[in-house]
Design a protein around this ligand. Structure first.
Ligand code: 5RP
Length: 218
């Protein structure tokens, strides 16, 4: 089974968390895309979705699935999204697709966050994957200097602008031994909009597609 088939298997397993009449939060990326495509097959069972990116909104609408404004729907019962890294404590790194801010909003506004990924995303410690930070453009150099002071190596994601009009710094060489503390610390640097560590609000369920089948951690 290749990596994409494992992503699809994880996305398919997440369908079992859907209940009739739900409004479902939808993530961004290739695994979330599998989930969107599978959701199309049962779209009559749900009352709509809230999307974490323009790209996901477009894909959902392409399937005729309603996309609603978070402000008009309140708390979401379920959010389904992928991750770049995940630990057994269900701490995540997200933002490889640059949608981390809206993803973190939806995770925070959801009762249950189901993370779907292929097994290669499971790690003992976060941080091998460069940590994405969404940053206000005028603060780019300042935030980069603050990161260098902490021994990290920030790299501007060239030619990329987020759905919110900001830039992404991909931060290498960060030791993430205490994910909640580091998420909090980096969040406090002026100009940082969102840190790609999802630890203060981790996933509730992690579904991993592996060569041995689908595994669920919670
Ligand atoms: O955080 C994300 C987008 O901002 C994605 O969930 C993450 O990058 C994983 O992507 P994929 O499912 O394509 O492996």
């Amino acid at each position: 089974m290749d990596q994409d088939a494992m992503k699809k298997a994880a996305a398919e397993a997440a369908l079992s968390y859907i209940e009739n009449g739900m409004i479902v939060g939808i993530g961004t990326g290739s695994t979330a895309n599998h989930f969107i495509d599978l959701l199309a097959g049962i779209k009559a069972r749900i009352d709509g979705t809230v999307a974490s990116s323009e790209a996901s909104a477009q894909r959902l609408r392409g399937h005729g699935i309603p996309v609603l404004d978070l402000n008009s729907v309140g708390q979401l019962p379920l959010y389904v999204d992928g991750a770049d890294e995940a630990t057994r404590q269900l701490y995540l790194i997200k933002g490889g697709g640059g949608a981390l801010t809206r993803e973190k909003i939806l995770a925070g506004a959801s009762d249950r966050f189901v993370c779907v990924a292929d097994g290669s995303k499971l790690v003992n410690y976060l941080g091998k994957f460069p940590l994405p930070l969404e940053v206000i453009p005028m603060a780019r150099s300042f935030v980069a200097r603050e990161l260098v002071k902490r021994g990290a190596r920030p790299v501007l994601r060239d030619g990329f602008t987020t759905d919110n009009g900001n830039v992404i710094l991909d931060v290498h060489n960060l030791e993430i031994m205490e994910p909640v503390a580091l998420e909090t610390e980096l969040n406090m640097i002026p100009g940082v909009v969102t840190v790609g560590i999802f630890a203060a609000r981790p996933a509730d369920v992690l579904i991993l597609g592996t060569a041995e089948g689908v595994k669920t951690l919670s």
